[in-house]
Ligand binder design. Structure first.
Ligand code: SF4
Ligand code: SF4
Length: 440
């Protein structure tokens, strides 16, 4: 099968953690958990607990603020020690409910009182776990008729193997999740799209798939981009500015589909997630971590780093972000931690007009022109050159021989935040971030 869009072929580095079975992170008496209130796109949720209050694992601790929001639940049995601030990526810090774990950890309190999967996802605090953190209950109540459910098992981002392990270790439950979602939506077709470089996952899923199609997709980045996946699996093109439902499609990531299943069948709210801890750690692994765990504990669980810490990337090197603190807690959209101990910062050089960024952009944009316009604050022209169609995949960054920090600039420019754009311009060296890893 030939890729239907442009893209790049970065090295995968998946062998580091791909064979490591998902391992739960132990919870110890007195461990603190920081549950940020903005672990989703939309309006932050509102705390409903007070300092000193005892909570059980799975108890609601914050409720959604309107429909475009998501609930939060305690990941442990323990006591609320306050509602304060925690370190957080991008924003620097965020409001959070802080919980101290007790000595005894029991089973979780169940999600109850829902009439369908969408309401269950709302009550269970489920959001997109592939990184987008879009509230799932909204996706599960589409405005347009949907005939196809697609599960995104591409996991095209280098280093990450959390979805890969889930597809192998929970294949039957994933199939159960797909059938539940398909029935709820009234779809006639269900597809799990997996890149060809994951034959074990494809084989595990095909054994249990029944009517679900398990499609082997070309290994090309960004195969897991929502629009690219829809094109590869259905041939449909999502129009600019529209959602997948506009072409009759609903897409969920592997982890999200399983979280929906876990809430609906087992009553489990979203209180933990699988995080790939990899890169320059002693024992790369896939960790089932309670939400709110400071990432420092995950790095320690993986044996620490092999050398001097230079950088920690949340997510993978293509779309992830370098973070400033090991106290940032695990949040719902965090799929990986890549520790970097080598000091290979690429120097940003002037654009040489090679056109490589244009050749690889999967959205058929001209990154070189977008950069030029963004740096000159030509907002009207940026719209003409379709800045808002940029999916922030980083393929242009990866291929650029001058290490231009294109994606980061576009990401901030899309927020229409002039101050933020100034910030990125003055910190271009830092924001070249993740790509030197490939430039050896
Ligand atoms: S311009 Fe945007 S969509 Fe195109 S390659 Fe760069 S980051 Fe990806
Ligand atoms: S790949 Fe880099 S150097 Fe080449 S045209 Fe694009 S921005 Fe310029």
């Amino acid at each position: 099968m030939k890729a239907l869009f442009k893209g790049v072929h970065p090295p995968g580095f998946k062998d580091l953690s791909g064979d490591q079975v998902i391992t739960p992170l132990p919870v110890c008496d007195g461990d603190e958990f920081y549950l940020a209130l903005n672990q989703h796109i939309g309006v932050p949720c509102v705390p409903i607990v007070k300092k000193g209050q005892a909570v059980l694992k799975g108890d609601p601790i914050a409720e959604p603020s309107g429909n475009f929001s998501a609930a939060l639940h305690s990941p442990v049995d323990g006591e609320v020690t306050g509602v304060g601030r925690c370190d957080y990526p991008i924003y620097g810090s965020a409001d959070a409910v802080i919980i101290k774990a007790g000595a005894q950890q029991n089973n979780y309190s169940k999600v109850e009182g829902f009439t369908d999967i969408s309401e269950c996802a709302l009550k269970g605090g489920i959001v997109g776990m592939g990184g987008a953190m879009f509230p799932s209950h909204i996706k599960l109540a589409p405005q347009d008729p949907v005939d196809t459910v697609i599960i995104n098992g591409a996991e095209c981002e280098p280093y990450l193997t959390c979805d890969y392990r889930l597809m192998i270790e929970r294949a039957d439950e994933l199939a159960e999740a797909v059938n539940l979602i398909k029935k709820h939506i009234g779809a006639t077709r269900a597809v799990i799209g997996v890149e060809a470089n994951k034959p074990e996952a494809i084989a595990a899923l095909r054994k249990v798939a029944g009517d679900i199609e398990v499609l082997e997709l070309p290994t090309v980045y960004p195969q897991g981009g929502e629009k690219q996946l829809i094109l590869s699996t259905t041939g449909r093109v999502v129009p600019e500015g529209k959602l997948p439902a506009s072409v009759g499609v609903l897409v969920h990531n592997v982890g999200t589909a399983l979280a929906i299943r876990d809430a609906y069948i087992d009553g489990m709210p979203l209180i933990h997630r699988v995080v790939t801890v990899t890169g320059d750690v002693v024992k790369p692994m896939n960790v089932l971590a309670p939400l709110g765990t400071p990432v420092r504990r995950l790095i320690e669980f993986a044996g620490g780093v092999k050398g001097e810490f230079k950088k920690l990337i949340f997510g993978g090197p293509m779309t992830g972000i370098s973070v400033h603190s090991l106290d940032i807690p695990v949040y719902k959209g965090m799929n990986g931690l890549v520790a970097v101990c080598t000091d290979e910062a690429a120097k940003v050089r002037p654009c040489i007009r090679c056109g490589k960024c244009i050749k690889v952009c999967p959205m058929n944009l001209s990154p070189v022109m977008l950069e030029k316009l963004a740096l000159r604050k030509k907002h009207a022209e940026l719209a003409e050159y379709r800045l808002m169609s940029c999916i922030e995949c980083g393929a242009c960054n990866y291929i650029c021989p001058s290490a231009r920090p294109l994606k980061n600039l576009f990401r901030l420019e899309k927020t229409d935040n002039a101050q933020a754009v100034e910030k990125v311009k003055s910190a271009v060296i830092d924001l070249t971030s993740n790509f030197p890893l490939y430039k050896a």
